[in-house]
Design a protein around this ligand. Structure first.
Ligand code: SAM
Length: 323
């Protein structure tokens, strides 16, 4: 939710009132917070009348901290269940626990301030730390990736997930400097390779850190599979609200909702319109919502945040591959 250059700050939930409005919770509804983080959305859902919230996060630290972040009485009343799992698995986990279909689902894509602020997690270059960047604390670390991948693969990641115009030069500089172990070291290599001068507005290290993080955590695949899982987990009439932080993610949500609501590309004189044989699984797709100037004054890093929302129809979920 913030850039890799973030400094220590409490987690400010982004677009929270707009998300709550889109979720239109009725008293007693069961809701899923697919990205629990510091619990900002969950608290707002409970305050808005949700009877029960199931919070997912793939980060064990977020789940552990969640117990104390959300006031205990919620847990004692059985109103909050926290689950360490990827949101792409939500429908399976909900079914296994006998919870069934839910009334509302929110996803707030990206990293939390909690993750960025802990130097030892390696997401930020503001304070030096080991190059880790694993949300779930398992799998390949950023250092293992950078010290073993070839130059072309590193360049591809920087281009595809960081939209980095100097991807090749940065990848070459990383390979030449190996082994790279610390976040400050990587930031310095990137700045040198990208010709960064102090005082320049955008620090190119931000793009490289974002790209490596998205790659290691397979964040775009997770988002695609998470949207499909939400389609399977929502009841007819259930509401989905998704907040993204950059255009790569927003494009995935936009395309998914357009496709699932029956919006296929229009035909032309030369190309007949595509006919989608599937019934729409979502309707009432809302226009994207951006933060207000007031919200940006308090939380300037929310500038690129976008909320998209829609309502589930009664059509059966599409059959998709799952991992
Ligand atoms: C932007 S933060 C969410 C902040 C939260 N809305 C709040 O108000 O505190 C994103 C959180 O989602 C988690 N996350 C990212 N991808 C995930 C996934 N595929 N499955 C589950 N959790 C995920 C991250 O670990 C992080 O804690």
């Amino acid at each position: 939710m913030t850039s890799a250059g973030a400094t220590t700050a409490p987690h400010v939930p982004v677009l929270v009132s707009q998300v709550i409005a889109a979720l239109a919770l009725a008293e007693g509804d069961t809701a899923v917070d697919g990205t629990f983080g510091a619990g900002g959305y969950t608290r707002a859902m409970l305050a808005a009348g949700a009877g029960r919230v199931i919070g997912f996060d793939r980060d064990p630290d977020a789940i552990e901290a969640g117990g104390s972040l959300v006031p205990n009485h919620y847990i004692q009343e059985g109103r909050l269940t926290l689950i360490e799992e990827r949101f792409s698995q939500m429908d399976r986990v909900l079914a296994e626990r006998g919870i069934g279909l839910v009334d509302a689902i929110a996803l707030d894509i990206g990293v939390s301030s909690m993750q960025l602020d802990r130097a030892e997690r390696g997401f930020s270059f503001q304070a030096d730390g080991p190059l880790d960047m694993r949300m779930s604390r398992s799998g390949l670390t950023a250092a293992e990736f950078l010290n073993s991948a070839d130059e072309a693969e590193i360049a591809r990641v920087l281009r595809d997930y960081g939209e980095e115009p100097r991807a090749r030069a940065i990848a070459r500089a990383i390979v030449a400097a190996r082994p790279v172990e610390r976040t400050a070291e990587l930031a310095a290599i990137v700045r040198r390779a990208a010709g960064f001068r102090p005082g320049q507005k955008a620090d190119p290290a931000t793009r490289t850190f974002q790209a490596i993080r998205i790659h290691l955590n397979a964040e775009l695949d997770e988002l695609e599979q998470g949207l499909e899982a939400a389609e399977r987990a929502l009841k007819p009439g259930g509401r989905l609200a998704v907040v993204t932080f950059h255009s790569l993610e927003d494009r995935i949500v936009k395309r998914f909702l357009r496709e699932r609501s029956g919006g296929t590309p229009a035909g032309s004189r030369h190309r007949p319109a595509l006919v989608d044989p599937n019934e729409p699984t979502f309707e009432r797709v809302a226009k994207p919502v951006s933060p207000t100037e007031r919200e940006l004054a308090v939380n300037p890093r929310a500038r690129s945040a976008r909320l998209r929302s829609a309502v589930r129809t009664s059509a059966p979920a599409r059959k998709e591959h799952r991992q």
